[in-house]
Write a protein that binds this ligand. Structure first.
Ligand SMILES: [Zn+2]
Length: 398
C-alpha cells in the first residue's frame, strides 16, 4: 500500500507528544530568538546530533525533549507549536487528534496553567479553521488535549519543581510528585469547566523504571470523578505488572504502548505462575476493550530488542482481541508520521484490508471524544463512510 494512499485515509492519532513533535525549523528559530543554546542551528546539524534516525538508548532519545521544552516557555511559542502541529497532522491525513504535553514542564513565574492551555487551544483553533477550509470533503478536524502527569519529580526540572521542593522540604520526591499532580488535576477541572477547553484526559508519563504508578491512584481517581478520562504509559520499559497497576489500580481506559504485556521475562515481582498472570490481565483488557496505543518506530528507537520491528508483538495483541491502533509518539524525535507508521506495519505484518480498517477505526472508537456519546457516534459514522469510500478505491468489491 503506497504512502499517498495511506495519507488520504482519514485517521485518528491518540498518542502524540506536542513537545516531541515540533517542527525542527521552528525549534531552531525559537532558540535563536530566545537565545537558547543548541548544539547546532541547522536542521542537518540537529538531525545529526540530536534528532537521529537511531538512538543509543532511552536517555539519548529523551535528550531531544529538553531543547523543545526550553523554547516552549511563553504563550506565543506554545501557540505557534500547537498551530503548526495541527497543520502537520492534518497534512498526514489525521482528522481526529489527542495531543499531550506535561504542563509542569512549561509552567513558570510568568505562565500559569490556564495560560498554557489557552495558548495550546488558540493554536489548535486557528489551525482547525484553516484545515476545515482546506479539506472540505473530510470529517471535520477535531481535537482533545491530554495533560501528562510526570511519574517522577526532580527539583532541577524547572522553576515550578524547585519552588515546590523548597516549600515542602521534608516531603519525599514521590510525595512532591503526587502533590504536583493534585495541583494540576484541580487546575485542569477548573480550566475545562470554566473555559470550555477540550481537556479530555490525564496521562502518567516519564520513566517507568523505579517510578511505580501506585502513588498516583488517588489523583487519577479525582480526575475520573471530574469527568476526565485516564490513559497511562505502561508496559514500555516495564512488564505486565506496570500494565496491571495502570488497568486495575489506576483504572486506565487506555494504555500508552503496553507492548511488553506478553513478555514473561519482564515480570520482576514474585509471581508464581507468570503465564496465568499475563493471561488473566490480557483477557480482562480484551473484555473491557482497553486499547493499547502502539508506537512502532518509537519502540524500535528506545528498546534494542525492538530494533528489528519484526520482533514487535503487536500481532499477539490482535490475536488476543486487545484493541490496538498506531501512533507516532513523537513526530520530530522519532522522525516519523502516522502514514509512515501504517506503512511500516503493512510491510512487516501484511495485514488484510479488514484488519487495517479495524485498526484505523479503533483510533476513533477508543478516542476520548470531547462531546456527548451522540456527537461521537455521529462523527464516527462520518469517518466510516469516508474511510470505506477511500478503501473501496484501493480494493474494489472487498
Ligand atoms: Zn508517549
Amino acid at each position: 500500500m503506497n504512502a499517498d494512499f495511506i495519507r488520504q485515509l482519514p485517521k485518528a492519532e491518540l498518542h502524540v507528544h506536542l513537545d516531541g513533535s515540533l517542527r525542527l525549523q521552528t525549534l531552531i528559530e525559537l532558540a535563536q530568538q530566545q537565545k537558547v543554546e543548541l548544539p547546532s542551528y541547522t536542521q542537518e546539524g540537529m538531525r545529526e546530533l540530536v534528532y537521529k534516525k537511531d538512538y543509543k538508548d532511552l536517555q539519548d532519545y529523551l535528550r531531544g525533549f529538553t531543547y523543545a521544552i526550553r523554547v516552549l516557555q511563553d504563550a506565543e511559542s506554545i501557540e505557534r507549536g500547537a498551530y503548526e502541529f495541527a497543520l502537520d497532522v492534518a497534512a498526514d491525513g489525521v482528522c481526529y487528534v489527542e495531543a499531550r504535553f506535561a504542563p509542569h514542564h512549561h509552567i513558570n513565574e510568568r505562565l500559569g496553567y490556564a495560560d498554557i492551555f489557552q495558548a495550546v487551544n488558540k493554536g489548535f483553533l486557528r489551525a482547525k479553521k484553516e484545515i476545515n477550509i482546506k479539506y472540505p470533503d473530510r470529517p471535520a478536524f477535531t481535537y482533545g488535549l491530554i495533560a501528562c502527569i510526570m511519574r517522577f519529580f526532580r527539583p532541577e526540572y524547572g522553576s515550578y519543581y524547585k519552588a515546590l521542593a523548597s516549600v515542602l522540604p521534608k516531603t519525599s520526591l514521590v510525595g512532591l510528585g503526587v502533590a504536583a499532580a493534585n495541583d494540576l488535576v484541580a487546575a485542569l477541572v477548573e480550566i475545562k469547566n470554566k473555559q470550555g477547553i477540550p481537556i479530555v484526559a490525564v496521562d502518567l508519563a516519564g520513566s517507568e523504571d523505579g517510578n511505580p504508578a501506585r502513588p498516583f491512584q488517588e489523583v487519577f481517581s479525582l480526575a475520573r470523578q471530574n469527568g476526565i478520562e485516564l490513559t497511562v504509559h505502561a508496559g514500555e520499559a516495564y512488564g505486565a505488572e506496570s500494565i496491571f497497576d495502570a488497568v486495575m489500580r489506576l483504572n486506565a481506559a487506555r494504555i500508552g504502548h503496553g507492548y511488553e504485556l506478553f513478555n514473561k521475562e519482564m515480570i520482576l515481582d514474585k509471581v508464581s505462575d507468570k503465564k496465568k498472570y499475563i493471561n488473566i490481565l490480557a483477557q480482562d483488557m480484551s473484555q473491557r476493550t482497553i486499547t493499547c496505543e502502539m508506537c512502532l518506530t518509537s519502540n524500535s528507537q528506545t528498546n534494542p530488542a525492538m530494533r528489528d520491528l519484526k520482533n514487535h508483538p503487536i500481532m499477539q495483541f490482535v490475536h488476543a482481541g486487545i484493541p490496538v491502533m498506531l501512533n507516532t509518539d513523537n513526530r520530530l524525535v522519532s522522525n516519523t508520521t502516522l502514514t509512515n507508521e501504517y506503512q511500516i506495519f503493512s510491510e512487516l505484518f501484511k495485514p488484510s484490508i479488514r484488519l487495517l480498517r479495524r485498526m484505523i477505526m479503533t483510533g476513533f472508537h477508543a478516542s476520548f471524544y470531547p462531546g456527548t456519546s451522540n456527537d461521537k457516534h455521529k462523527y464516527v459514522k462520518q469517518v466510516v463512510y469516508a474511510l470505506d469510500e477511500k478503501l473501496a478505491q484501493f480494493a474494489p468489491g472487498k
